[in-house]
Design a binder for this molecule. Structure first.
Ligand SMILES: NC(=O)c1ccc[n+]([C@@H]2O[C@H](COP(=O)([O-])OP(=O)(O)OC[C@H]3O[C@@H](n4cnc5c(N)ncnc54)[C@H](OP(=O)(O)O)[C@@H]3O)[C@@H](O)[C@H]2O)c1
Length: 335
């Protein structure tokens, strides 16, 4: 028997004991050590956004653990691995359990230098931040081009995006709704400027003063439209989230008059070569102490308390779930 959070079609998610037969077949069996709470997990646990699309299901869109059996030549018993997306926690069993069986296609071996706990602290939010940074650079952005804006700055994607960009030499402006509470935190991650997100929240003119050489946006909606309107000629914006909304009330003006590029980052279906490239960069680009400072660790039962708080935008940085523990007892609020 092992412990798992299970969602069924007609009942809320619960913490329960299941046996090994409960897991559907998968190429690689994993003894899960850690998962993490991402925005999408909050939606899944609160039965919002139609995230869960198969029942019963173990939620949790990422996991870190050790291989216990493998039908894939890429993995051997004892390998430390991580999986982000690939449908886990949505249509395949995910990381909020002590055991998992997964497809091999998107599974990545962890670099030796990265502990399992820190890999979980990075998790899907950090992986998404990394592929967003790579998308900017693949589109030609360099630190000399000017400031890069990160929206949703105090959240998981935003926090790690700031740390990664600063480590790579960019001047980073952090946009947050919590300037007073989280300003020092955002500067400690490497932001050179912290601005109030209110200035982006209401829809403005299609072209505005040019401020950003690039941007990583996890907010969407009017915020993304304003960011596009403020991006400098030839600049690049990566859309990777929808914390404000999934709409995009913009016009063609930023594209046809300023040659702005809008691109995307998708962690769920990222191909294996991009996953391996991103994890190799994450292992070397992130200061371990900084990563520890932006991370809170909880137990499996605590996930139910975190879910409404991440949807309310109250969580700072990253929340790791130690699936071997039931409860951390010391839920830290962002201070
Ligand atoms: N594309 C992908 O593959 C991918 C992967 C992971 C996540 N995502 C998406 O990226 C977004 C962020 O995920 P996350 O895990 O970082 O979530 P998170 O930790 O909850 O961070 C979201 C942040 O967005 C800001 N925010 C919340 N509500 C807002 C609103 N109404 N208007 C403006 N800003 C708001 C808050 O930052 P401040 O308090 O600093 O303002 C909040 O901390 C989510 O939409 C998620 O679904 C996408």
């Amino acid at each position: 028997m092992f412990t798992a959070i299970v969602v069924t079609e007609d009942a809320p998610a619960t913490l329960t004991e299941v046996d090994d037969d409960f897991l559907p077949e998968g190429e690689v069996a994993i003894d899960v050590e850690f998962s993490s709470v991402n925005y999408k997990d909050g939606l899944a646990l609160l039965d919002m956004g139609q995230i869960v699309r198969a029942f019963p299901l173990v939620p949790g869109i990422d996991l870190v653990g050790t291989v216990t059996a493998s039908a894939s030549p890429r993995f051997a018993v004892g390998d430390r691995v991580t999986l982000n997306g690939d449908g886990i926690g949505e249509k395949r069993f995910g990381g909020f359990a002590q055991k998992a069986k997964v497809r091999a296609d998107s599974l990545v071996s962890l670099p030796d230098s990265l502990t399992s706990a820190r890999a979980a602290a990075i998790g899907t939010a950090g992986f998404t931040a990394m592929i967003a940074v790579l998308a900017l650079e693949d589109a030609g952005v360099t630190p000399g081009d000017g400031p890069v804006l990160v929206t949703g700055a105090a959240g998981g994607v935003g926090s790690i995006a700031i740390a990664l960009l600063a480590a790579r030499g960019y001047a980073v402006t952090a946009s947050t709704g919590r300037v007073a509470e989280q300003g020092d935190y955002l500067r400690s991650l490497g932001a050179t400027e912290v601005v109030d997100r209110a200035q982006f929240s209401e829809l403005g003119k299609p072209l505005q003063s040019q401020r950003w050489a690039a941007a990583i946006d996890s907010v969407g909606s009017a915020t993304l439209a304003n960011v596009l309107a403020q991006t400098t000629y030839g600049g690049v914006v990566v859309a990777c989230g929808l914390a404000q909304g999934g709409d995009l009330p913009t016009s063609v003006m930023p594209f046809i008059l300023r040659s702005v590029t809008l691109t995307g980052a998708n962690s769920v279906d990222a191909p294996l070569d991009l996953r391996e490239r991103a994890w190799a960069a994450l292992a070397t680009n992130l200061d371990p102490q900084l990563l520890d400072a932006l991370t809170t660790t909880v137990g499996l039962a605590d996930v139910f308390d975190i879910a409404p708080r991440i949807i309310a935008g109250e969580i700072r940085g990253r929340t790791v779930v130690d699936v071997k523990r039931r409860s951390a007892r010391s839920l830290q609020t962002a201070e």
